[in-house]
Design a protein around this ligand. Structure first.
Ligand SMILES: Nc1nc2c(c(=O)[nH]1)N[C@H]1C(S)=C(S)[C@@H](COP(=O)(O)OP(=O)(O)OC[C@H]3O[C@@H](n4cnc5c(=O)[nH]c(N)nc54)[C@H](O)[C@@H]3O)O[C@H]1N2
Ligand SMILES: Nc1nc2c(c(=O)[nH]1)N[C@H]1C(S)=C(S)[C@@H](COP(=O)(O)OP(=O)(O)OC[C@H]3O[C@@H](n4cnc5c(=O)[nH]c(N)nc54)[C@H](O)[C@@H]3O)O[C@H]1N2
Ligand code: SF4
Ligand SMILES: [Mo]
Length: 746
């Protein structure tokens, strides 16, 4: 904004808003005149972005009034997916949806209604509140792919997840399958600054990434082999005298069992499994254990490995405890939930869902950690120490692939309705062909979104949703952090758009929940959540104006003083919580979901090693493909392949190539690069083509270049604890697309 303009005289107001195009939630100053946002810029006072915005954040004004946005409620009038819609009022839409949900509940039980969400975008406590009061345990997100298995395993072992890094005081940080150079630019900026002060940066990633290019040590391991690496690092730390004996003696139980357990997991054992040398494994373990304090940052890589995910996350968590890099200054901190404000869990009304309904949660018979059996145990432990439980939305959900399967097969019982908000499951969930069939089949579907996505196109009702500048946002790391970053809405929603909060509230009110939704606006609800802070302000907006942030004072070693929130009150290296749930109390070795050692026959047909998806600029998953300024930057999908492998298959730069697994094939163009090792294939995620018609059967080419056609959600490929499915460490083959080939995704 031109600083020479006299804002007051021009009638321009500055609102403290935020960007919600990724989780960085950068602070935005929005210049508002006559109810319209006329300019935006990064907020220099915001702690993360300190004034910067990336190219995605910078197009907010294109996003807010893009011609392809959905601005009015739409009701399907043609056949499903035919693209014929009638514009109706919110009142009509909500009344008809409420009537249909009532009918389904009466005929098949509340559990026949499920909801699907994506990554954190909205007030998901409101969704949970609605579902609990309605009586269904079948809400889910693709949370399994994104931190939640990590949160639950770490909390089972040490009483909270040490996701808050005290980086400013750290000497060494491991980015384990994380690439902030493309997925979290403000964080990358901070890391680079800290490197100048001597921080050692280690990157564990099969690709040479934007972040690896800045690392002191880069470990290009075989995709999906992180479990072997973590076990071998435990071995090195224990058997080469690098463990922090004093910390272990004071704070941990089960050390002897762990020592015996990892005896055979030597670097020499792990080397052929990880494609690293024993020296590289010793080096990374030694740097981390001797440059204290240090951190291990979370990245999506481990959560997305299917059956090896739980063990890998478990082993990684133990590294912190063995080295004393936990809760101490400069290490990974156990902050616990917010004790000063009302948490998301306290807004969810979990106590209203009966035990009978909890028992019906789909998948909870097999995958017990992130469903009611595991969540209840973990919540009981955290309540004893912190007085509060983790958010149940995200941490305690129906198993998504099993819900899609229930839609298709009627087993364990029919799921007849799906309420979709803030996700595009065809592109982001595993095994897209199955997901698409389920969305085609489900009897009743409502989608709340900005755009007519392939998922929205198959819906009975599509509801127009207000974006970041049109709603307030309170960021609290899935309701599990102790700090608060608050932003205000710049303007009221344009056209007939509404907040997701209003959707759940107003639907709930039509289904007998009226007295349970006392907050007229989402600001009223936030005000209620913040009241215990004692600021004595009348409105949420005033909180944003005057304070905006709430950071409780950092207390180091708090869990050592108050006890860790586990059954023994100690860090359980040998986990009683996992054991009680029927899982191994120590991380067992299993090979990647598909690999040449366990599956030699499969490896003959599919000789290459695949990892699907990773964040890349300028897109956020399947979003923003509509926005021309961003499509100019990347207009076609690309996968990475090593020159040696490309030559073997006669693939040239920019060739369209089929990438195929046992599940099917999809096509992307070849980016031939030394950034990946021979035999490694890395595909981009999210791709569809909104510039085409989003109608059946092509639905905007939603399978054509969609990497999730390749991923596996079979029960046996999922992590037995969390149920997370397999995106990384799969076997595939590649071959050139012929001119006569069909469009793909088959
Ligand atoms: N193979 C593979 N699959 C992956 C991943 C991978 O690396 N590889 N990554 C996984 C990860 S980490 C995640 S988090 C998921 C993401 O999965 P999704 O969250 O499903 O991904 P998006 O494509 O961002 O879809 C979000 C949709 O919500 C809409 N939307 C955005 N904001 C709002 C809002 O405030 N309200 C409403 N109602 N709608 C909104 C967008 O327009 C978009 O259509 O994908 C996962 N899938
Ligand atoms: N530009 C952009 N930014 C985003 C997003 C986006 O879609 N686009 N999504 C947002 C979301 S929801 C999330 S959760 C975060 C996630 O951000 P990150 O945690 O950085 O996750 P990814 O980018 O999915 O993957 C990180 C790295 O894991 C590597 N990797 C792949 N397979 C393996 C493996 O088997 N082992 C190891 N060790 N590494 C592996 C990939 O090469 C990649 O570089 O990013 C957020 N920011
Ligand atoms: S999309 Fe860019 S500007 Fe927006 S929050 Fe993410 S990093 Fe910040
Ligand atoms: Mo994510």
């Amino acid at each position: 904004m031109n600083r020479n303009v006299d804002l007051e005289q021009e009638g321009i107001e500055i609102k403290k808003s935020c960007c919600y195009f990724c989780h960085e939630n950068c602070g935005v100053l929005a210049y508002v005149k006559d109810g319209k946002v006329i300019a935006i810029e990064g907020d220099p006072e915001f702690p993360t972005n300190t004034g910067g915005l990336c190219c995605r954040g910078n197009i907010a004004l294109k996003h807010i009034d893009h011609p392809a946005r959905i601005n009015y409620p739409q009701k399907r009038v043609g056949k499903k997916g035919e693209g014929k819609w009638e514009t109706i009022s919110w009142d009509q839409a909500l009344s008809e949806i409420a009537a249909k949900l009532t009918q389904i509940k009466d005929e098949s039980g509340a559990e026949a209604v499920a909801t699907a969400g994506g990554t954190a975008r909205t007030d998901d406590w409101a969704r949970r509140r609605f579902m609990n009061l309605f009586g269904s345990p079948n809400g889910f997100h693709n949370a399994h792919l994104c931190w939640m298995p990590t949160f639950m395993i770490e909390t089972a072992i040490c009483g909270w997840s040490p996701f808050d890094l005290d980086m400013g005081n750290s000497r060494c940080i491991i980015l384990w399958g994380q690439n902030p150079g493309a997925s979290g630019m403000p964080a990358m900026h901070h890391l680079t600054e800290l490197q100048r002060k001597g921080l050692k940066l280690i990157v564990i990633d099969p690709r040479f990434t934007e972040t690896a290019s800045k690392a002191d040590l880069w470990l290009p391991l075989r995709p999906g082999s992180d479990l072997a690496l973590a076990l071998a690092m435990l071995h090195v730390i224990i058997y080469e005298g690098l463990a922090d004996d004093e910390f272990i003696a004071e704070n941990c139980v089960g050390y002897e069992e762990l020592v015996a357990h990892v005896e055979d997991f030597t670097p020499e054992w792990a080397a052929p499994l990880t494609w690293l040398s024993p020296e590289q494994i010793r080096e990374v373990a030694t740097i981390y254990a001797t440059n204290k304090p240090g951190n291990i940052q979370w990245g999506t890589a481990l959560d997305q490995q299917g059956r090896t995910a739980g063990g890998a996350i478990h082993a990684r968590a133990l590294l912190r405890a063995l080295t004393g890099n936990l809760d101490a200054i400069g290490s990974d901190l156990l902050t616990g939930p917010s004790l000063d404000s009302i948490t998301e869990e306290e807004m969810e009304c979990n106590e209203y869902l009966t035990d009978e309904q909890k028992a019906k949660q789909i998948g909870s018979d097999r995958f017990k950690l992130m469903t009611w059996p595991g969540y209840s145990k973990i919540a009981e432990n955290t309540r004893k120490v912190w007085g509060k439980a983790p958010t149940a939305e995200w941490m305690c959900e129906a198993h998504p692939p099993s819900v899609f399967n229930a839609i298709l097969t009627g087993k364990p019982y029919p799921v007849r309705a799906l309420l979709v908000s803030a996700t595009n499951p065809v592109n982001s969930y595993g095994n897209s062909k199955m997901v698409l069939e389920a969305l085609r089949k489900v009897e009743f579907m409502v989608t709340c979104d900005y755009w007519m996505t392939p998922t929205a196109a198959l819906s009975d009702y599509v509801l127009p949703i207000a974006g970041a500048l049109e709603r307030p946002t309170m960021t609290a790391v899935y309701g599990c952090a102790d700090f608060i970053l608050a932003s205000q809405r710049a303007i009221q929603p344009m056209y007939e758009r509404r907040n997701d909060y209003n959707f759940w509230k107003e639907l709930g009110e039509r289904l007998g929940q009226k007295e349970m939704w006392p907050w007229e606006t989402v600001e009223d609800a936030y005000h209620f959540k913040l009241e215990p802070l004692g600021y004595g302000l009348d409105t949420y907006d005033e909180f944003v104006e005057f304070y905006r942030f709430h950071f409780p004072e950092r207390e180091y070693n708090k869990s050592q003083r108050q006890g860790f929130a586990t059954p023994s009150g100690k860090i359980e290296l040998y986990s009683s919580v996992l054991k009680d749930l029927g899982y191994s109390p120590l991380p067992e070795y299993v090979g990647p979901v598909e690999n040449e050692i366990d599956h030699p026959e499969l490896a003959k047909e599919y000789p290459l090693v695949l990892t699907t998806g990773n964040g890349f600029m300028p897109f956020h998953h399947s979003e923003q493909f509509q926005i021309q300024e961003l499509r100019y930057l990347r207009h076609e999908p690309y996968f990475q392949i090593n020159p040696e492998t490309a030559a073997e298959y006669s693939i040239k730069e920019d060739d369209w190539v089929w990438i195929e697994t046992q599940r099917g094939r999809m096509k992307q163009k070849a980016d031939i690069t030394q950034a990946v090792a021979p035999r490694v294939i890395v595909t981009q995620r999210g791709w569809w083509f909104p510039e085409r018609e989003v109608v059946e059967p092509d639905l905007g080419g939603c399978l054509e270049s969609n990497t999730n056609v390749l991923t596996s959600t079979r029960d046996e490929d999922c992590d037995p604890m969390s149920g997370t499915w397999a995106n990384r460490g799969l076997l595939c083959k590649v071959y050139k697309v012929k001119a006569t080939d069909g469009r793909g995704g088959n």
